[in-house]
Design a protein around this ligand. Structure first.
Ligand code: AMP
Ligand code: ZN
Length: 468
């Protein structure tokens, strides 16, 4: 399995630090709004990376954070006149719903920044002790960027060519940063902002420190893969490396993966330009699997253009796969018997498409080529699966097709319709589980229903449900 590593700018053979196990950290969203379709790209892409690794027998410990303290969250909270946790908790829930719709597996751990403040203070303290950070007169703590020799290695920038961040002038007009390149680890509280007690000043963490700390806490000092969108390479990931490696004295992450951006009609998505879509907007018009299929139709390092035409093409492509799966399911139900000699030979041919799929995925997760291999298998199925075939043959083809679509996280099987009474019974079981604080079971039921196209909504009057 080869992975393109932003650090070396080349494809490298993937060798996990601990054999058979993968420690992977994916930077998650800042939760101040419903997630947009750009945010869904890393979620879907890295979920597919995880699924493929699991298919290969690797055990993946997948951590993805929620940034739940940030200027945008505070601004929205002040606009609505509520605590910022009201905003962040609301959008974490909404984000989880979108992830479930898109069949993105929940992470092994979804840490939240506000619950990791102690760990952040500990790392900041450690960095100060090691002279990699310093508190300034007003209590702001800065990372001493030039003290870390490897600064720039991820983004391939020369430290002397960097301009540095905003100057930070004190009331006296004096710049309290030692160097314009230094970045913030801890900042003093401002009126109307959440804050925590700290040795340097009452305040809150800078953004970069949270990922260094959560990655260390849940995955250890050295991890296999650190991932996110390409906008995070600089400064976010560069700063994470500086903080983690200066504090821990070890290589932070072996492989750095970055997805390219999703654009709308070849333009950058932006609210002000009026070409901004939340995942929810798109799911009003399309089956979530169409959006997932669309995201995987391009290689994750290629820019992806979102347009109505391309979504229609994705819809048709997915439909072809679904029709083949449905035909096979129908035929399997009627057929009998074991493999004939001719069928054994045909299955060997079908295996070739599975091998092609794996080859594409082994080449830096080339989902575009992997999907082409699925289409070749579909064509093969349409040619060779018929009412005369044996049950064993048809079942083997169905298994092959579903294995590949499962790796892509695409649900292509027709689910049997749930009766209203069954739904009500499951909702009652979920309520009982919640009452008993068995949230794992409650979530499981919610997801089970979601997979069958039933959406639950917790309201003040109780649980409401609808068919998607
Ligand atoms: P944010 O909430 O802005 O920190 O973004 C969360 C994740 O979504 C990060 O990994 C970003 O790099 C990624 N992301 C944001 N916008 C886009 C986009 N238009 N296309 C692809 N990825 C994006
Ligand atoms: Zn991060």
């Amino acid at each position: 399995m080869k992975i393109y590593n932003t650090l070396s700018k080349s494809k490298e053979e993937f060798v996990p630090i601990e054999p058979g196990k993968v420690r992977m950290y994916v930077c998650g969203p800042t939760v101040y709004n419903l997630i947009h379709i750009g945010n869904a790209r890393p979620m879907i892409v890295f979920d597919t990376v995880r699924r493929y690794m699991e298919h290969k027998g690797l055990e993946v410990n997948y951590v993805s954070n929620f940034t739940d303290v940030d200027d945008k969250i505070i601004k929205k909270a002040n606009e609505e006149g509520v605590e910022s946790t009201v905003i962040s908790e609301r959008y974490i829930e909404e984000c989880k719903k979108d992830m479930a719709s898109l069949n993105v597996k929940p992470a092994t751990t979804h840490p939240k920044a506000t619950e990791e403040i102690d760990g952040m203070q500990e790392m900041i303290h450690n960095l100060i002790c090691k002279k990699h950070a310093y508190p300034a007169a007003d209590g702001t703590v800065y990372f001493r960027t030039r003290s870390f020799a490897g600064y720039g290695k991820l983004s391939h920038k020369n430290i002397d060519d960097l301009e540095g961040g905003k100057r930070n002038l004190l009331v006296s007009g004096e710049d309290q940063k030692e160097d314009p390149l230094d970045f913030v680890l801890w900042k003093p509280k401002k009126e109307g902002e959440p804050f925590w007690e700290a040795p340097w000043c009452k305040g809150r963490p800078g953004w970069h420190i949270e990922c260094s700390v959560m990655s260390k806490k849940y995955l250890g000092d050295e991890i296999d893969i650190h991932a996110g969108g390409e906008d995070l390479v600089f400064p976010h990931h560069e700063n994470e490396i500086a903080q983690s490696e200066a504090a821990n004295g070890k290589t932070f992450a072996k492989y750095w993966m970055h997805n390219a951006f999703l654009n709308i009609d070849n333009k950058k998505m932006s609210k002000s330009a009026g070409n901004f879509f939340t995942v929810r907007d798109i799911l009003e018009k399309y089956d979530p699997m169409v959006l997932r299929f669309f995201m995987l139709s391009a290689h994750y390092r290629s820019p992806l253009n979102f347009s109505a035409d391309l979504m229609e093409a994705a819809k048709n492509g997915l439909e072809r796969i679904r029709t083949a799966a449905a035909n096979l399911q129908f035929l399997v139900g009627k057929a009998e018997g074991s493999l004939t000699e001719a069928e054994t030979a045909l299955l060997a041919e079908a295996k070739g498409y599975e091998a092609k799929f794996d080859e594409a995925m082994d080449d830096d997760f080339n989902t575009a080529d992997a999907i082409s291999a699925i289409f070749e298998l579909v064509k093969f199925i349409n040619t060779n699966a018929n009412a005369e075939a044996s049950k064993a043959f048809l079942q083997a083809l169905l298994d092959a097709l579903l294995t590949l679509t499962d790796i892509c996280g695409l649900i292509v099987e027709q689910k049997a319709e749930l009766l209203d009474a069954d739904i009500e019974a499951l909702i009652a079981e979920r309520q009982a589980a919640r009452k008993a604080k068995n949230f794992a079971r409650a979530d499981e039921i919610r997801n089970e229903l979601l997979e069958k196209g039933i959406i639950l909504e917790d309201t003040r009057e109780g649980v409401k449900w609808k068919r998607a």
